[in-house]
Design a protein around this ligand. Structure first.
Ligand SMILES: Nc1nc2c(ncn2[C@@H]2O[C@H](COP(=O)(O)OP(=O)(O)OP(=O)(O)O)[C@@H](O)[C@H]2O)c(=O)[nH]1
Length: 489
């Protein structure tokens, strides 16, 4: 009997113990973090930093309607607020779309205002309940179907030659809008990016530290250092600058151990990345207009993906975001952007395939002003520069948008895996628009990080964001110190 009782008691205790440990593990956020965290490497100290563009306050554009409060954010039950697109009555600003001065061979391209494709939904995330970061999970509730038939459009005609082409009908999203993904708070996200960059960069650090660790260097060693930096894509100008400073440091006799070598290298490399540059994203709204960002770059560099990732960060930061699909050259690009918008809970404005990108950009900003969003991000076309055509088009997009609201930020997206070609692209784009920041994508896919140095040196503008993977949360603010740490491994 006694043995039986003892066995029962022990059994119960063991059973309870197991239950407890299961529950508590699952509930501990630290435990979750632990499994997600990867090695050391790129540690972004802070989150994303957003600021207000300087131009905004001065010339407030005409503002039609009273705006909804900009600042944030009570969870509004899922979607959907469908606004039938309005047939736009041409107004002064719109007719400005037409740019007679630029009249190019293709006779008057009649300006057409496309009615906004009814924004699929307006979703405001609950930033107040961050903790459980589950970026990829999809909320179970399914959004309502977006109906919407756009009323017929009155084409806005261009004055000079009077050629009128009716706009292609605006596509109204007809399938059920997908459920909104939960957006990870930015802090948690950055932690998950750790290690990726480090993995791709190690070789550079090892060889540099190996060469410098011993103190005095002979000319062959200096040549090797130069070669290493060139191979890592720093480019000859930055390499010369870095080597010059390293020589000066070594000459003082302060480098005698590998630790000192690391400290010296870090200091010189960080300096070469100009940590003093303002890397905040100018996305905050002005008094009478949203922040306006143009995203430019060659196709395939990751423009649309970066636009979506950035929108996601902004939404997570409590901002209302509108995405403009001005890449009308490739129909799939607008679809891709719309999918992003739906995933993150942003509005979207798109037009018919082949429509004038400037018109879409203009409509996006107009709609952003009307609906009182905080920021409009316009994804532009990126057909490779057979130069004049596309590049003029890009200049036009910017000019036209500026009739409505100042452009706060022009982000150039460059693919870090294409090395020198990226620079060639950068130069061409910089000739046409004033680039204010660079998004360097696919750093996870290169063994060289040096292109960051070169791009900044070449353009004189900071790398503001880096893409570290294909995932929705794989976008990080660029921080020189953290980057050099990762570079040195
Ligand atoms: N590994 C990796 N892949 C990326 C990154 N950013 C974008 N990509 C991938 O690069 C490919 C091209 O990205 P898109 O965003 O479609 O490029 P795009 O410049 O908009 O090109 P178009 O849509 O043709 O105009 C996609 O497969 C993306 O998933 C990144 O940081 N790392």
């Amino acid at each position: 009997m006694a043995v039986l009782i003892v066995a029962l008691v022990v059994g119960t205790v063991l059973y309870r113990k197991r239950q407890v440990s299961l529950t508590s593990k699952a509930d501990q956020p630290e435990a979750l973090e632990e499994t997600k965290d990867r090695s050391g490497g790129y540690k972004s100290a802070g989150g994303f930093s957003f600021s207000q563009g300087a131009a905004g306050a001065t010339e407030a554009p005409p503002k039609p309607e009273p705006v909804e409060p900009r600042v944030v954010e009570k969870p509004i039950a899922p979607p959907v607020e469908q606004q039938p697109a309005e047939a736009a009555a041409p107004d002064v600003a719109e007719s400005a779309l037409v740019e007679p001065e630029v009249v190019e061979p293709e006779v008057a391209e009649p300006e057409v205002v496309e009615p906004e494709a009814a924004a699929p939904e307006v979703v405001e995330p609950d930033t107040a309940e961050p903790a459980v970061a589950q970026p990829e999970t999809v909320e179970p509730e399914v959004a309502e179907t977006a109906p919407t038939e756009a009323p017929p459009v009155e084409p806005v005609t261009e004055e000079p030659a009077g050629t009128v082409t009716p706009t292609a009908p605006v596509e109204a999203p007809s399938q059920p809008a997908p459920a909104i993904e939960e957006i990870a708070p930015t802090a948690g996200r950055l932690g998950r990016l750790r290690g990726r960059l480090a993995r791709s960069q190690n070789a550079v650090g090892k060889s540099l530290l190996g060469l410098m660790g011993g103190g005095d260097l002979d000319e062959d060693s200096w040549e090797e250092i130069e070669d290493t930096l060139i191979i890592a894509d720093l480019g000859s100008a930055v390499t010369q600058e870095v080597v010059g400073k390293l020589r000066a440091e070594i000459a003082t006799g302060s480098v005698k151990s590998e630790e000192q070598a690391r400290a010296t290298l870090k200091k010189v490399l960080v300096e070469a990345l100009h940590p003093e540059m303002d890397r905040s994203i100018r996305a905050l709204p002005h008094e009478a207009a949203p922040g306006v960002l143009l995203v430019v770059g060659v196709n395939g560099t990751g423009k649309t993906t970066s636009t979506g990732k950035l929108a996601r960060v902004l939404v997570a930061d409590g901002r209302r975001v509108l995405l403009g699909a001005a890449d009308t050259f490739r129909a799939a690009a607008a679809d891709q952007l719309q999918t992003w918008a739906e995933r993150v809970g942003a509005e979207v404005v798109r037009g018919a395939e082949g429509a004038d990108p400037a018109a879409i950009a203009f409509d996006s900003v107009s709609k952003g002003i009307e609906t009182g969003v905080d920021v409009v991000i316009v994804d532009t076309a990126g057909r490779l520069h057979t130069k004049t055509g596309l590049m003029d088009e890009l200049g036009k997009v910017k000019r036209v948008v500026e009739k409505r609201a100042p452009v706060d930020e022009v982000l150039l997206v460059l693919d870090s895996t294409i090395g020198q070609n990226g620079l060639v692209q950068a130069r061409v784009f910089a000739e046409v628009v004033d680039i204010t920041g660079v998004v360097l994508t696919k750093l996870d896919g290169t063994a060289k990080g040096g292109i960051v140095f070169q791009v900044q040196h070449e353009l004189g503008v900071p790398v503001k964001l880096v893409g570290l993977g294909e995932g929705a949360d794989d976008l990080a603010p660029f921080e020189p110190e953290a980057f050099v740490d990762a570079l040195l491994g």
